[in-house]
Design a protein around this ligand. Structure first.
Ligand code: G6P
Length: 615
């Protein structure tokens, strides 16, 4: 996601801030900005695109050698509002007094913005971030100190944040705070660097103090005071830790590959995709992005989902979710096929496109074709401001953060999260009961923890990878919700390990592909204890009779499968409709370890590109 750097100390701030931004580039971003303070005068620079562009602009303005010793800087990966100079951080209040950088999402920014606007505050960006800095300025008007105004403003925020802010009137310190978005302070000799990530700091110091959720810090060149946001006046003592990693290790957060890191970000991908969009206890789902077409959606009687690759498999699960919960007929059409068929629409048809990058040419072609025909087009996209996000009628962002590994993982799970919530939303407009909604949402709330419990058992996947890595083909089977998981599991294995994976509906396997099976053709069978379990079990018997080795994904405690399968991977009990989130994670861990053991470049598989912008 976005990156934060703040500096105060004996050195000139500008080079330190720019160096920090460069070290954060690996995280992915679409604009960058910096603000420095010299003798109560703030100079701010913002540019869309690379940090290099920003550097050039600063050089042209003759400010590379500025004497400022305090400043804040940011690389932004758009979440609210397109990538533009107006939306890039640092953001300031109307009077240019406070300059603030923020990572995360402020859930209640719309309410806060409304209140502030009604009291006469003028906004200059589309971001959720700007409300924070405007709030601080507003609280200062009420006579509070900078430190107190910051605290009062924080207490009004709901959501995730790492924040650093400076005040033009108080150049002796920066204020920082953290809630569910990392922030740390590098402690140097007569200098401090606040950053979202240690890689921005290690060039200057290896001594780091980590802020915890719910804490704020007052950071001066030679002092640091940490307190709880909720409680003024009680200083928390925190020793600095010494980090012993180099920058490249830190970028991957200790993981060998970005894909591995991204698999481990899956629990937070679920949280981020759902953040602020549902209240389980009330059975409520809402999306800011589709509010304006709420009544149109009520009239929709047919949905086509179009996407490519992994996103198309998310779409397939979306079909199951929407048909089951909303009762609207859905069909999934691969992007490259949609355009060249003669898809039949009525004015009550809607097209939903799903895309991580928002740039896939085949998916974009589907959007344009549907718009040409005048039907409603809704996008489920990760990259804010991407072409698809801009061209659809309205959309829902998945907020998975940048995905660097070419093979998609956390983006898929975030797409599933949004599709499930959308299915519930459409269902609530129709026949879905509030009680059933509450039950599913309550399980969705538990999901991050259950995903974590699988990640803790990663070594099982590693063990199986060792056992199966030398086979040349494998089938992936599942019924109902587990069928798209089978397709996605097979695709992941193909993409990164170059082993042929064949994803198939378990019940259909006997009509042909079963001919392939023998003891050299293993089967990865996904059969949780759901309403099709007994049927799947019969298919498993057919496979065992052909001597194929079997890995089975089952629901915890399933003793009978322990006997039938050669190897078993367990998922925790959960509502049937949520089982794909858990079983997919096992297929990812398995594929990852197979590829890793084969010493392949997991993040950059041969012949593949992260974003395919050709037809
Ligand atoms: C490429 C990538 C796949 C991805 C597909 C769709 O083929 O290699 O991992 O699933 O594009 O990408 P999108 O960005 O539209 O989700």
């Amino acid at each position: 996601m976005c990156g934060i750097v703040g500096y105060i100390g004996k050195k000139r701030a500008m080079p330190v801030l720019l160096d920090g931004l460069k070290r954060l580039e690996y995280r992915g971003y679409d604009s960058a900005g910096v603000a420095i303070l010299e003798n109560t005068e703030v100079k701010a620079f913002k540019k869309v695109g690379r940090v290099e562009n920003l550097l050039k602009a600063i050089e042209t303005a003759g400010e590379l050698d500025s004497m400022a010793h305090i400043g804040v800087a940011h690389t932004r990966w758009a979440t609210h509002g397109k990538p533009s100079e107006e939306n890039a951080h640092p953001h300031s209040d109307e009077f240019g007094k406070f300059w603030l950088v923020h990572n995360g999402i402020i859930e209640n920014y719309e309410e806060l913005k409304k209140e502030l606007s009604e009291s006469g505050v003028k906004f200059s960006s589309e971001t959720d971030t700007e409300v924070v800095v405007q709030l601080i300025a507003k609280e200062m008007e009420a006579g509070l100190s900078f430190e107190e105004a910051f605290r009062v403003a924080l207490k009004k925020l709901r959501g995730a944040y790492g924040i650093v802010v400076m005040s033009a009137d108080e150049p002796e310190y920066l204020m920082a705070a953290r809630n569910s978005s990392p922030l740390l302070i590098g402690v140097g000799d007569g200098e401090m660097i606040v950053a979202s990530d240690a890689s921005a700091v290690v060039g200057t110091t290896k001594k780091i103090v980590y802020l915890e959720d719910g804490e704020l810090a007052k950071v001066s060149a030679d002092g640091l005071k940490i307190e709880l946001i909720a409680e003024a006046g009680k200083e928390l003592k925190r020793e600095a830790e010494t980090v012993d990693m180099d920058a490249s290790e830190i970028e991957k957060d200790g993981h060998d590959f970005f894909m591995h890191k991204e698999i481990f970000e899956i629990p937070s991908a679920v949280l981020n995709a759902g953040r602020g969009r549902f209240i389980a206890s009330e059975g409520l789902v809402k999306f800011g992005g589709i509010e304006e077409i709420k009544s149109k959606l009520r009239d929709i009687d047919r949905i086509i989902i179009s996407a490519c690759g992994t996103a198309a498999y998310a779409g397939l699960l979306g079909e199951y979710f929407i048909e089951e919960l909303a009762g609207i007929p859905v069909e999934v059409e691969i992007g490259s096929e949609f355009r060249y068929r003669s898809p039949v629409f009525t004015e009550r048809t809607a097209l939903i496109v799903v895309s991580q990058s928002g740039e896939t040419a085949d998916t974009l072609a589907a959007v344009r074709e549907a718009k040409e025909k005048g039907i409603l087009v809704l996008g489920i996209v990760n990259v804010v401001g991407s072409t698809i996000a801009r061209e659809v009628d309205c959309g829902i962002y998945t907020h998975a953060g940048p995905e660097i590994g070419v093979a998609s993982t956390k983006a898929f799970i975030s797409q599933l999260t949004v599709l499930l919530l959308l299915a519930i939303y459409l269902g609530r407009q129709r026949n879905l009961s509030v009680n059933e909604t509450k039950e599913i949402l309550a399980d969705l709330e538990k999901l991050p923890e259950l995903l974590d419990s699988i990640l803790h058992r990663e070594k099982l996947a590693k063990k199986l990878a060792k056992k199966y890595k030398d086979f040349t083909s494998m089938a992936f089977l599942g019924r109902k919700y587990s069928f798209p998981v089978a397709l996605e599991g097979a695709l992941k294995l193909k993409e990164i390990s170059y082993i042929h994976g064949e994803g198939y509906p378990a019940g259909e396997f006997k009509h042909g592909p079963i001919a392939l099976l023998d003891e050299k053709f293993p089967v990865f069978f996904i059969l949780p204890s759901d309403d099709v379990y007994e049927k799947s079990k019969s298919n498993l018997e057919e496979i065992k009779a052909r001597q194929a080795p079997v890995i089975a994904i089952v629901t915890e405690g399933n003793k009978e499968l322990m006997r039938m399968a050669d190897d078993v991977l367990e998922i925790p009990k959960i509502a049937n409709i949520l089982s794909p989130f858990l079983s997919t994670l096992w297929t990812y861990l398995f594929a990852y370890h197979v590829a890793d053991m084969k010493n392949l470049d997991v993040d950059k598989p041969r012949n593949l590109a992260k974003s395919v912008t050709v037809e």
